[in-house]
Design a binder for this molecule. Structure first.
Ligand code: TRP
Length: 333
């Protein structure tokens, strides 16, 4: 039996090309060698997304995006976190094995506390307890399925350390019940440049959406920040935000030729942006059609997610039973 690779996708924003290059593409490649369990972490999103329609829409968008980009639900177990009630039972159990001090030090929580303190507010002002216990729910997502590896971006490293710590504490108290997972950090995530040269991220409002209508994609590409060199002037490819994105979608020969054009001068940024736009259109047009078809057929999306949840629960239920037995809450001695 193959080892399990598991990861969660938080539905908090419109999927963009940074998500594709940094997460979706490597995850789909990994699914060739592992039994992959990929899920939409909608209950994690609830810590911040509190609008019903928004949460529902974002969840379907994420599902349609992964399917359009090639996730094969016959091979990957693809599901929605909220369809797995066992996650939430395990979450409580794990909370009883999580040191509170560890949660106090979790980055996401600590950042908000620091912001409050700096602004002279009470330190927990506007911080909900869901955000505070977020890492426990994440540990449950992982440990419930006996995941061997968890591929994530660097920002999730600390969460994985907490997961491992909790699993070891639990195993120490009872016996080796839980699989202690390894973290696999995807380095590329940090290097995908947004419109303004910072990491591409919804929170910086510097994204290029994957499947938005063409005119919106075009508008975003045109917004990419460049310096003010005139067309005829030589330019530095490695300092150009347009080039930084272009290179992810081109082969080695094309990149080399383009690099030379920059150095030689004569390439206008406007033309380069047009070229990038055309390239993105060509790269994603087929997938966009698939995406739109799926978004128009939510019953089909629902069916995929329900089938996935059923398969996921087949793995989860026996593991939770083992945990309950180890603790002594089942009634069986
Ligand atoms: N916290 C992750 C993020 O913000 C999403 C996530 C939830 C996750 N549960 C997980 C990732 C379990 C890996 C494993 O992106």
């Amino acid at each position: 039996m193959k080892q399990i690779a598991l990861t969660g996708i938080k539905p908090t924003g419109q999927p963009h090309i940074g998500n594709y290059l940094g997460m979706i593409k490597p995850a789909l490649e990994l699914a060739e060698d592992y039994q992959a369990l990929y899920f939409i972490a909608d209950y994690h999103a609830l810590t911040t997304v509190k609008n019903k329609k928004e949460l529902t829409d974002l969840t379907y968008q994420v599902a349609a995006t992964w399917l359009a980009l090639g996730l094969d639900p016959a091979r990957v177990i693809f599901y929605r976190q909220s369809d797995i009630p066992e996650v939430f039972e395990l979450s409580w159990v794990l909370a009883c094995f999580t040191s509170k001090g560890l949660l106090n030090r979790a980055h996401a929580y600590k950042t908000l506390v620091d912001d409050n303190t700096e602004a002279g507010r009470e330190e927990d002002k506007n911080i909900n307890a869901g955000l505070y216990t977020y890492p426990v729910l994440m540990a449950a997502d992982i440990l419930l399925f006996g995941a061997h590896i968890v591929p994530v971006g660097f920002d999730q490293k600390q969460h994985l350390e907490i997961t491992r710590d909790v699993a070891l504490t639990f195993n120490n108290n009872y016996r080796e019940v839980l699989v202690v997972p390894e973290v696999v950090i995807r380095k590329e995530v940090m290097t995908i440049t947004g419109l303004d040269g910072r990491k591409m991220s919804k929170s910086y409002n510097n994204i290029i959406p994957l499947f938005a209508p063409s005119n919106q994609v075009r508008k975003q590409v045109m917004r990419i920040v460049t310096d003010s060199k005139r067309p005829e002037e030589p330019k530095v490819p490695d300092e150009c935000n347009v080039f930084a994105i272009y290179r992810h979608f081109s082969d080695a020969d094309a990149i080399k030729a383009k690099r030379q054009q920059y150095l030689d001068g004569g390439l206008a940024y406007g033309d380069m942006k047009n070229e990038l736009y055309e390239l993105l259109e060509a790269t994603f047009s087929e997938q966009r059609e698939r995406y739109n078809a799926l978004m128009d057929n939510r019953a089909e999306l629902e069916k995929v997610l329900q089938d996935g949840a059923e398969k996921a629960r087949d793995i989860a239920v026996p593991i939770l039973a083992k945990v309950r037995k180890a603790i002594g809450v089942t009634g069986a001695i």
